[in-house]
Design a protein around this ligand. Structure first.
Ligand SMILES: C[S@@+](CC[C@H](N)C(=O)[O-])C[C@H]1O[C@@H](n2cnc3c(N)ncnc32)[C@H](O)[C@@H]1O
Length: 213
């Protein structure tokens, strides 16, 4: 392997999603405001950074992360074990259909893990039934594609000035919950009340420039 290739490989292995989202993570952590006695469910938890944070905050409570990705859940379990967390668990499952214990949780959280449901009303209905009556759902979702430089700039650089157009139905859509009235409609149909939105605008971090400046 050449020096350049070795160095690029090292750069790549240093890249991670938690680092990419670190500024968003802080905003979400404050919005979730997990308390000592909370019981938290983390929807689409991935490798579980937000689940572990919730477990640390809910010292007298608990946190459960749910994700459809077996490798992500495996890594989440290993990281939680390595960090000595005892009040955290993970389920390899589809949050839309998973049989959560009814009224088990005080807070449902998600960092970009709720935009991929086959049937969003059914999924949020299922999550709502797992919440206690005064329970909260705090989720972070992307705004519209054109408001996200990380998507626009990559498409443009791949496809010239206009960039390749986004093709409807091209796969899971990370922007499916970008429209507040649509989201209000879905959540209301699923049984949620008091839906509010907060505009968050932060850069994502894809690592250091190459070659280094
Ligand atoms: C963009 S990733 C975010 C992961 C994690 N929340 C984070 O911030 O690191 C979206 C995650 O949602 C998961 N996911 C997608 N559909 C799901 C479903 N129906 N039930 C549970 N997890 C799901 C994916 O496997 C993926 O790990």
């Amino acid at each position: 392997m050449t020096e350049r290739a070795r160095s690029e490989t090292a750069n790549f292995s240093r890249y991670d999603y938690d680092a990419e989202l670190r500024l968003y993570h802080e905003v979400l952590r404050r919005a979730c405001d997990v308390r000592r006695d909370d019981h938290v469910v983390d929807i689409g938890c991935g490798t579980g950074q937000t689940t572990r944070d919730a477990a640390r905050a809910a010292q007298a409570g608990s946190a459960l992360g749910v994700d459809t990705s077996a490798p992500a859940i495996g890594r989440a379990r290993r990281l939680a074990g390595a960090q000595g967390l005892r009040n955290v668990g993970f389920a390899h499952a589809d949050a839309q259909a998973y049989r959560f214990a009814r009224a088990r949780f005080t807070v449902a959280i998600s960092r970009f893990g709720t935009m991929f449901f086959a049937d969003p009303v059914a999924a949020f209905g299922n999550i709502g039934r797992a919440l206690r009556p005064a329970g909260r759902l705090v989720m972070m979702v992307w705004q519209a594609r054109e408001r996200n430089e990380w998507d626009v700039a990559i498409r443009r650089s791949l496809g010239g000035s206009g960039g390749p157009a986004a093709v409807a139905g091209e796969g899971p859509d990370p922007f499916s919950l970008a429209d507040p009235p649509t989201v209000s409609g879905i959540l209301t149909a699923a049984g949620f009340v008091g839906v509010t939105f907060t505009d968050v605008q932060e850069p994502v971090h894809y690592g250091p420039d190459w070659p280094p400046g």
